[in-house]
Ligand binder design. Structure first.
Ligand code: DAH
Length: 342
């Protein structure tokens, strides 16, 4: 009985001393510890052992099994160290004094504008949230007071997935989850990529970026909204801006507005950039509809708030003078590498 376990022990010791790769170790493991391996074999021969010897035999086999396992782990660690050493030796072959290229990559204009905006909002006490690109109908529409068959859905030609979910058409889709996550009072922005089945031209893309913001507290009113937007946009453009509100309809805000800024190029006199109107349409916004607060678990009797949906892509185009929106998704290095920033 002794013989078999010690023979196996010796044979294993000889074999493992020769195993020089992790593949070799793995085959050894299978050969000895696998379901049909030597240890399993020994175990099944327990039946043939005399009753009074069974206990000792079992103990010996288990001991051998633990020894084999430990040796395999040790051998694996040894191999890893050798491999690391080999890599270090190889690395030492490099000539560290060789000159290298000083060319570095550049950030995408959307990343640049997004980071700049995040910094501005962070200093105003806003939390920055991330949200998935695949959402469900409830978040994208129903929780925003847009029930099925509401005509407002037509404005957002949606990509549906076979799962019944959809690609978010606007960052407003995160409002409900964020209200539920934080409750009131709340200040948050959530930048993100949105998708709509649009025909593309210089001004339209099926993939674009927005940055949604919400501020909810006791006694928030339209004058807070105007003051805040003016302050925020002055920061973005690095100069005082004049804003105006026009009525706009969005089911999730009441009242809803289109916020325009006075054209920064002509100062409001009218020029080709503002189509001679003196104003540029920049950001839809409004006071959050009581239903939307309610869906988000916030009592509209106690709290009010405003929301806005900044077009990040639009802002990047304005700020960097990009004339064709398609440049942004073109992957063209000659175009995109011009935007170096922090
Ligand atoms: N989600 C709207 C869109 O993409 C934009 C929008 C309008 C966002 C009004 C808002 C808002 O937060 O208050 O068409």
């Amino acid at each position: 009985m002794d013989d078999r376990t010690s023979r196996l022990r010796e044979a294993f010791a000889a074999r493992i001393a020769q195993a020089q790769s992790s593949d070799a170790l793995e085959s050894l493991r299978v050969e000895y510890l696998g379901k049909k391996g030597h240890i399993a074999d020994l175990m099944s021969s327990l039946r043939e052992v005399r009753k009074e010897d069974k206990k000792e035999f079992g103990q010996r086999v288990n001991q051998l099994k633990s020894q084999i396992e430990a040796q395999l782990v040790e051998a694996r660690d040894r191999l890893e160290i050798l491999e690391e050493q080999r890599m270090i030796d190889q690395a030492e072959d490099y000539d560290v004094t060789m000159p290298m290229s000083l060319e570095t990559g550049s950030y995408h204009p959307i990343t640049l504008i997004q980071r700049e905006m995040e910094e501005i909002f962070r200093t105003m006490g806003f939390t920055i949230e991330d949200f998935s690109e695949i959402v469900d109908d409830y978040n994208c529409f129903e929780a925003l007071n847009i029930p099925p068959y509401h005509p407002a859905r037509d404005m957002q030609d949606t990509y549906y997935l076979s799962t019944g979910q959809l690609l978010k058409t606007h960052t407003s889709a995160a409002q409900n989850s964020i209200m539920r996550k934080y409750g009131a009072p709340l200040r948050a922005i959530f930048p993100g990529r949105c998708f709509r089945n649009e025909a593309t031209d210089a001004c339209h893309e099926n993939t674009f970026f927005q940055m949604e913001g919400i501020m909810i507290d006791k006694d928030i009113s339209i004058s807070n909204l105007i003051y805040f937007m003016k302050k925020m946009l002055s920061e973005v453009f690095g100069q005082d801006v004049t804003v105006r509100l026009r009525p706009g309809f969005f089911p999730f805000v009441e009242p809803g507005f289109e916020l325009d800024i006075q054209c920064l190029i002509c100062g409001g006199d009218g020029c080709p950039s503002c189509k001679n109107s003196g104003w540029l349409e920049l950001c839809p916004c409004g006071m959050i509809h009581p239903n939307v607060l309610r869906y988000g678990g916030i009592d509209p009797e106690e709290y009010t708030g405003f929301a806005f949906g900044l077009g990040l892509t639009r802002l990047a185009m304005m700020k960097y003078g990009i004339k064709d929106i398609r440049t942004l998704n073109s992957g063209s290095l000659s175009a995109l590498s011009q935007f170096t920033g922090k």
